[in-house]
Design a protein around this ligand. Structure first.
Ligand SMILES: [Zn+2]
Length: 267
């Protein structure tokens, strides 16, 4: 059911955790996991500089992977950031590494079987991957004040159940002029006449792997949903080529795979 404008729970970027409501130990979630950053860009060390580019400024020098500038402005508490979501973070670390190793060898349209990564508790771990991106998406919504109701995002994480309107899509992304880069795009939204959001997408680029994160209200039929995955669909992920003309944004453009908030290394 669509939330009416006045029902939408909005959260200021300070003050309380958007997941549980706590006001203690508030922190920003990393927009890209530190394990992904280190895997792709290595350690930050003397002679090896990493720059952050975003809509505000380009070439911001990053001195540590723990820098606040790499974190979302949408705040969550210490408990939600660690205990409550640690298993979800770990599930994504494992799947991310496996996808980055395998996707370059796969053709678009091939199915990646998640049980090759999680042989025992596949569905539970894949729910964790879904919930990791639900957390990141909720942080973007809180950070940018996007008019999407945060209540189901919070409930999904608190009750360890899937958010019925959040989908993921995995595949090839363009590289950054051959240089290693990691980053996220802006959130693109399609709004209704009452300003509520029916559909929203953003992308995380991890070297040659991209993840498209989709919010789609029931009844939305968009090109971007073809090949998208949510936990009730089982454990096969369709690998897509985000550079193919049919892929990408709500308006059928090629995705901007040079992320607006990108960290990249320069040797
Ligand atoms: Zn919390």
């Amino acid at each position: 059911m669509a939330a009416r404008r006045k029902d939408i729970r909005t959260v200021s970027t300070t003050g309380q955790c958007w997941i549980c409501g706590s006001t203690e130990n508030l922190t920003g979630e990393h927009q890209v996991k530190v394990t992904d950053l280190k895997d792709l860009l290595g350690e930050i060390a003397p002679g090896r500089t990493v720059y952050l580019h975003n809509a505000q400024r380009t070439n911001q020098r990053i001195k540590s992977w723990r820098a606040d500038r790499l974190k979302s402005g949408g705040k969550i508490c210490g408990v939600c950031n660690s205990t409550r979501t640690q298993a979800h973070d770990n599930a994504w670390t494992q799947l991310s590494r496996a996808l980055r190793a395998r996707v370059p060898l796969m053709k678009a349209g091939q199915i990646f079987r998640a049980n090759t990564v999680f042989p025992h508790d596949t569905s539970k771990q894949m729910l964790g991957v879904h919930l990791y991106f639900v957390k990141l998406f909720g942080c973007h919504i809180a950070d940018f004040g996007i008019p999407i109701d945060l209540t189901p995002f919070s409930k999904a994480i608190m009750t360890e159940t899937a958010h019925p309107n959040v989908y993921l899509k995995f595949g090839y992304g363009a590289d950054f002029a051959g240089r290693p880069h990691v980053g996220i795009s802006n959130v693109e939204v399609a709004s209704r006449s009452d300003a509520t959001v029916a559909f929203a997408i953003w992308m995380q680029g991890l070297g040659g792997l991209s993840v498209l994160v989709i919010y789609a209200e029931p009844g939305e039929r968009r090109q971007a949903l073809i090949g998208a995955w949510e936990p009730h669909m089982g454990n096969g992920l369709t690998i897509v080529d985000f550079n193919a003309p049919a892929e990408g944004t709500t308006r059928g453009r090629r995705p901007r795979n040079v992320p607006s908030r990108a960290a990249r290394s320069r040797r």
